[in-house]
Design a protein around this ligand. Sequence first.
Ligand SMILES: C[S@@+](CC[C@H](N)C(=O)[O-])C[C@H]1O[C@@H](n2cnc3c(N)ncnc32)[C@H](O)[C@@H]1O
Length: 217
Amino acid sequence: MAESDWRRVDDYIRDRLIPADPALDAAQTAAAAAGLPAIEVSPTQGKLLQLLALIAGARRILEIGTLAGYSTIWLARGLAPGGRLVTLEADPHHAAVARSNLAAAGLADVVEVREGPALDSLLGLEGPFDLVFIDADKRNNPNYLDWALRLSRPGTVIVCDNVVRRGRITDPENAEGDVTGTRALFDRMAAEPRLDATALQTVGAKGWDGFVLAVVR
Ligand SMILES: C[S@@+](CC[C@H](N)C(=O)[O-])C[C@H]1O[C@@H](n2cnc3c(N)ncnc32)[C@H](O)[C@@H]1O
C-alpha cells in the first residue's frame, strides 16, 4: 500500500460523504495564498471533529492550535445552537488569516481567536468546556492535557491530533520534542483515573498518523 492508495480512498469517502463546502475550500485557498503550511486536518478528519461535537452536544469548545481556522470551522459547525468556540493561536499571521476565514464563514460572532502562546491564554479561560481539541506544539501536549482536564467536567471530550507521527512515537531512538511530548501525553493519560481514552491510527490524505480520543469520567 502506498500513500497514493490512502489518498484515493480518502477522496472516495470525501466524494460520497462530505459535500464541497465553499467556506472550507476558501479557508484552505486563503491559507495557501498567505503562505501558511498545509498542516490542517483533512476533510474526513474535520468531519469527524464536527461529528464528535454534535454527538457531545457541545455548547463550549476549546481548540488549541488554530492555524488558518480550517478545523475551527468544522468544530464550530458542530456546536449546539448558541454555542461558542475559543481557539488559541501563537502566530499573529496565522491568527489574522484565521479571523478572516472565520468571518467569511459567517462565524465571527461564534468563534474567538485568542492570540499568544496557548499556555498564557489558557490562564485566562474559565471552564468547563464540553470538547477540547489539542493541535498545537506537540512538545506541550502533556501541559495542554493538564489544562484540558482543569477546564473540563465529567463528560468532556478531549481529542489530540498527530499522536502517531508516522510511527515515530514507538521509535526508542527518537527524542524529538513532538515525539517525547506525545509519549508524555500517553503516559499522563494512562496514569489519569479521570480519563477513559484510546488512540486510533489513521492513514489518508495526511499520511500515517492518528489521534487520541478521551472522555472525562
Ligand atoms: C497543526 S497547526 C493547527 C491546525 C489546525 N488545528 C487545523 O487542523 O486546521 C498548529 C498551530 O499551532 C500553532 N502553535 C504552535 N505553538 C503554539 C503555542 N505555543 N501556542 C498556540 N499556538 C501554537 C501554530 O502556529 C499552528 O498554527
